[in-house]
Design a protein around this ligand. Structure first.
Ligand code: GTQ
Ligand code: FE2
Length: 356
């Protein structure tokens, strides 16, 4: 063994590393995310979700019937991206998903059904298609279905991020369901119209006090905005806001609702931060890092960090996308960067079509 080899062995034994040997890994020219662009089809998901309903009863220890999306580029990490967990949750009539709380933050966006609820710290949030319900960190939450139909919703959580930060805490509630001690939809009563807030209420922590963003006002806002000019990269895209700050819903999660108008194609850009998109209505396609993803209602796809992406609605149809983003983290840490696609009028050449 020569001197150098002996030296490096000695470093290893002492739990040391020579920066000059690893600096290319530590400081790549730009982010090299391992998460890949991917898409899951509704037609594949729905039968699996239903089979889960037949096979897996809810109980303590199996508190949530959720199929989680695993990014194929990160097979050992429970997440759709490196920071975001996404899953389809299924709740049958008269079932209760027992109450608990955790330090990771959660959002739910209702895909199917009407008349289930999530109680968040005693505030009963009634859920219908298109509603967005928040479970801020460390709030008690149980889900119940008082309707005669199964409910399906998208869960978005910052589980992989909080796990990596080694800051995950969890606690079960002593009973299955919380008592509802306030008027049903109390946060909607106080903040639901969006343009006014009670003068005496102070913001408690960096979380939105509005827990249920109902579909009707969301759609109205989108339709109003759609009559004028919009973003060249996202078309008519709106972020759900914390009424105290105008900022993101929570420090780790931002949510968007987005209309791609009939026959419209956006330009490509990329930015730090990853996102999960649910196709709420319509049909269209996205090109992500040169690969085309054709999507329709109920499909879910992932845009990893620093990936070029552009969206288009299908000919003759508009599309509505709901999305969950980790960009508030990037913003807060001074790591947000954005770049427009420089060539071909802002459109990527398509080299592959996603088959799945
Ligand atoms: O509904 O409380 O998808 O705690 C993952 C963790 C849903 C929930 C998930 C959770 C929940
Ligand atoms: Fe939870």
């Amino acid at each position: 063994m020569d001197d150098a080899q002996a030296f490096y062995k000695e470093l290893e034994r002492n739990h040391l590393v020579a920066l000059w040997n690893v600096s290319a890994n530590l400081l790549p020219k730009e982010p090299r995310g391992r998460a890949i662009p991917y898409l899951w089809r509704w037609d594949t998901l729905l039968p699996l979700v239903r089979r889960g309903g037949e096979l897996a009863p809810l109980s303590r220890g199996a508190e949530r019937r959720v199929l989680g999306f695993i990014n194929p580029g990160l097979p050992t990490r429970y997440g759709a991206t490196h920071t975001l967990w996404a899953g389809f949750q299924y709740l049958l009539p008269r079932e209760v998903a027992p109450a608990h709380r955790h330090s990771p933050a959660a959002i739910r966006f209702i895909i199917q059904g009407d008349g289930a609820f999530t109680t968040v710290d005693g505030d009963k949030c009634v859920m219908s298609r298109g509603d967005l319900v928040l479970t801020p960190p460390w709030t008690w939450h149980d889900h119940g279905n008082e309707s005669d139909e199964p409910m399906i919703w998208l869960d978005g959580l910052d589980l992989p991020l909080v796990a990596e930060m080694e800051a995950t805490f969890y606690e079960p509630f002593p009973k299955d369901a919380q008592r509802v001690e306030r008027p049903v939809g109390d946060s909607e009563r106080r903040y639901g119209l969006g343009q006014l807030r009670p003068t005496w209420e102070r913001s408690v922590g960096p979380f939105s006090p509005l827990l249920n963003y109902k579909w009707a006002p969301t759609e109205e806002a989108l339709r109003r905005l759609a009559t004028g000019s919009a973003s060249p990269y996202d078309d008519v895209a709106m972020e759900y806001i914390n009424p105290h700050t105008g900022g993101p819903l929570m420090p780790t999660i931002a949510c968007w609702i987005q209309l791609i108008r009939r026959g419209l194609r956006t330009r490509a850009h990329r930015h730090t931060g990853s996102a999960v998109y649910l196709v709420f209505e319509g049909r269209g396609q996205s090109v992500i890092d040169g690969q085309r993803f054709d999507w329709q209602r109920g499909d879910l796809f992932v845009v990893p960090t620093w990936a070029w992406h552009e969206h288009a609605s299908a000919d003759g149809a508009e599309a509505i996308l709901f999305s969950v983003h980790d960009t508030p983290v990037m913003q807060a840490l001074g790591l947000f960067r954005e770049q427009a696609y420089p060539d071909h009028d802002g459109h990527q050449p398509v080299s592959r079509v996603f088959e799945g």
